[in-house]
Every structure is written in structure tokens, then in C-alpha cells.
Design a protein around this ligand. Structure first.
Ligand code: ZN
Length: 203
């Protein structure tokens, strides 16, 4: 399976990193080896002094699809969730400066937290979901899927024009503003519509 990630999908986050607003979604892939095993702590890797959390809404693909039309995109997923796209920001900045791929900064072991899944049918509108990240008891990121530049169905359609989507693939839909550095002993938890979908301890 693959993790397909969207960058720069919330205007306020584009501003906080002083990035250019993209004309099309920014897409990158994390390998399946980047998934942090459930119940395992996240160890800050030695190659970075600035690991950032990015809380993101996730979508789990349920069947094979390619060139999916936006109006049928909702037939390709039943479950939504929440996760973290951990990013070695110092390494990413160096790679960005040189115009090089971001994989080392985004795809390292443990860089993808995938929380519990919720059947989308319990939500009235998946384009109106509140979510947040709590660090050591304090809310540090807060978003709503209505603020996405490209909504979930548009993203499913868009990425399927480049990559065949397969059952079990996960789309990370981008992070809202408020990204920041983690330190050893931090405790993170992710909340989607008042439900806690993951917790992570930083080592
Ligand atoms: Zn991200």
C-alpha cells in the first residue's frame, strides 16, 4: 500500500511557511515503511533537529480506481481518519532550496501516524469536519475540512489521474496552520469531531 500526501492544501498553512499558493495540488508519497506501528512511541531521528507535527485528515481507499471522476470519488472510500505527517523541517528546507525531492524529510521510518478509522456515513458532510491536534494538553492545530483548497473528492480524483489507487491506500489531505516542533517527552493526541483517533508519545 502507499500513502499519498497532499501539501499546501490550507491557505493559512501556506502563509505560515511562506510558500507559494499552488495552481494544482502538491503531491508526494510516503512509503509504507514510514507508518508508525500502533502503540509505538515516536523516536526523534538523529538526522534532524526540527521535526514538525502536521495533523491531517486521512481517507482510506477501498477499491482499485484510476481516472476517477470527482462525482464518483465518494464511492472509493468509506472510512476517514486522522494522522500526522511528521516532517524533518530542517532537512526539507535544504532539499526545497536545491529543488530536490522531499522523501528523506517526509518518508523516514515512523513519519506517518495513522489513527483509528471512522465510517464516513456517521458524518453529515465530510467537507465540514472539525479536527485538532493537542500537544501536552494544549490545542496546537485546529482545522475544518471546509477550509481545504481542494476538497476530499477532488483530491481522490486528482491523485487517481497519476497513480492507480488500490484498496488500503491512504490519502493524507494536508495540514492546517499551526505546525510546530516536537520535543522528547511531548504527548500528542488527534481529535476528529470530538473523537480521539490517536495518541503518540515522543521519545
Ligand atoms: Zn503534510
Amino acid at each position: 500500500m502507499k500513502l499519498i500526501c497532499i501539501g499546501r492544501n490550507y491557505a493559512a498553512h501556506i502563509e505560515e511557511l511562506a510558500n507559494e499558493r499552488p495552481e494544482e495540488p502538491v503531491v508526494f508519497i510516503k512509503p509504507d515503511s514510514s507508518i508508525l506501528p500502533k502503540e509505538q512511541d515516536f523516536y526523534i531521528p538523529e538526522f534532524s533537529n526540527n521535526i514538525h507535527y502536521e495533523v491531517e485528515v486521512l481517507v482510506k481507499i477501498k477499491k482499485v480506481g484510476k481516472h476517477i471522476d470527482k462525482k464518483f470519488a465518494n464511492k472509493y472510500y468509506d472510512e476517514v481518519g486522522l494522522g500526522i505527517d511528521f516532517t524533518a523541517r530542517d532537512l526539507q528546507s535544504k532539499l526545497k532550496e536545491k529543488g530536490l525531492p522531499w522523501e528523506k524529510a517526509k518518508g523516514f521510518d515512523g513519519a506517518a501516524v495513522v489513527g483509528n478509522w471512522i465510517d464516513k456515513s456517521i458524518f453529515k458532510d465530510i467537507d465540514q469536519l472539525d479536527f485538532s491536534l493537542i500537544k501536552n494538553g494544549v490545542e496546537v492545530q485546529k482545522g475544518n475540512t471546509s477550509l481545504m483548497l481542494w476538497k476530499i473528492d477532488e483530491l481522490v480524483s486528482y491523485v487517481s489521474t497519476y497513480f492507480t489507487l488500490k484498496k488500503g491506500d491512504v490519502i493524507f489531505t494536508g495540514t492546517p496552520a499551526g505546525v510546530g516542533k516536537i520535543e522528547a517527552n511531548d504527548y500528542l493526541s488527534g481529535i476528529l469531531e470530538a473523537q480521539e483517533l490517536f495518541t503518540v508519545k515522543i521519545k
